[in-house]
Design a protein around this ligand. Structure first.
Ligand code: KIV
Length: 283
């Protein structure tokens, strides 16, 4: 694929490292400027994740966003017209009831600019996955530590550590891939389990906290650039400290304003001498 060509679902679906393909690079973004920048950096997939809730909107977990929030941010990302494929996350309770609701909500994200949707869960979601796929909307699956299940899991815990749970996850992944999901995100699982799933699937696995064997990797942008608050999970690698740069830059701006050195000559519009004289006659 040339550097200019749009990344498509069939292109992502075809990526398997065992066939010599490059790993899929996926990162989150939630608005136009960041989508523009990560696209310039050459990522393959921009995920408008429901991590929006925590990362951008300041909520405690991902359960707090709805389809309108997600559509709003998918549309902002799509306005960057990225070369990368835009995947929109279906938030909690938008695909848990009737398949027809799930299709309507998935369509909402597609109309906002997504090329595919992502949803969490295994075989329990097959009915909705099939319904969404039958509406010609590509689906990315998400297994393992699924943040929308935070209460059911009793917190954010690595999943599939026990053999029985690992077997369920492998079978879920196979079922979702056979149903037609074009990729499977594996979050918070032991490396050996991610490796097994990657081996048995024909579609790519995209890992986050799932070790190096996956066919691709995803991170939350704000984690990797040093803009998120609190303790980062073990699997995050920080590539920059943008948060510190922002504090430093805005701090210097504040000092300049307080010292009266901003704005200076170069940052000021000057009126004509007539204007200055005329203004002097106003009360
Ligand atoms: O919402 C999100 O950002 C995600 C990724 C962490 C995979 O689902």
């Amino acid at each position: 694929m040339s550097e200019q060509e749009q990344v498509t679902v069939p292109f992502v679906r075809s990526r398997k490292r065992r066939n010599g393909d490059d790993p899929v690079v996926m990162v989150t973004a939630y608005d136009e400027p960041w989508a523009r920048l990560v696209d310039r950096a050459g990522v393959d997939v921009i995920l408008v994740g429901d991590s929006l809730a925590e990362i951008v909107l300041g909520h405690e977990n991902t359960l707090q966003v709805g389809i309108e929030d997600m559509a709003h941010h998918v549309a902002a990302v799509a306005r960057a017209r990225p070369r990368a494929l835009v995947v929109g996350d279906l938030p909690w309770m938008t695909y848990h009831l009737e398949p027809s609701d799930a299709v309507r909500n998935a369509a909402r994200l597609v109309r906002a600019g997504a090329g595919a949707v992502k949803l969490e869960g295994g075989r329990v979601r097959l009915r909705v996955v099939e319904a969404i796929l039958s509406a010609e909307i590509p689906v990315m699956a998400h297994l393992g530590l699924t943040p929308q299940s935070v209460h059911a899991m009793g917190g954010y815990r690595v999943q599939g550590r026990q053999l029985e749970a690992a077997k369920v996850l492998v079978e879920d992944a196979i079922a979702l891939a056979e149903a037609g999901c074009f990729a499977v995100v594996l979050e918070g699982v032991p490396d050996a389990l991610a490796e097994r799933v990657t081996t048995v699937l024909e579609v790519p696995t995209i890992g986050i906290g799932a070790g190096p064997s996956c066919d691709g990797q995803v991170l939350v942008l704000h984690d990797l650039i040093g803009m998120s608050k609190g303790h980062a999970p073990k699997f995050v690698r920080r590539y920059a400290e943008i948060g510190d740069l922002v504090v430093e830059a805005v701090g210097r701006y504040a000092s300049d304003v307080r010292a009266g050195t901003f704005p200076g000559e170069a940052e000021t519009y000057h009126g004509s001498s007539e204007l200055r004289e005329g203004l002097g006659r106003f009360k």
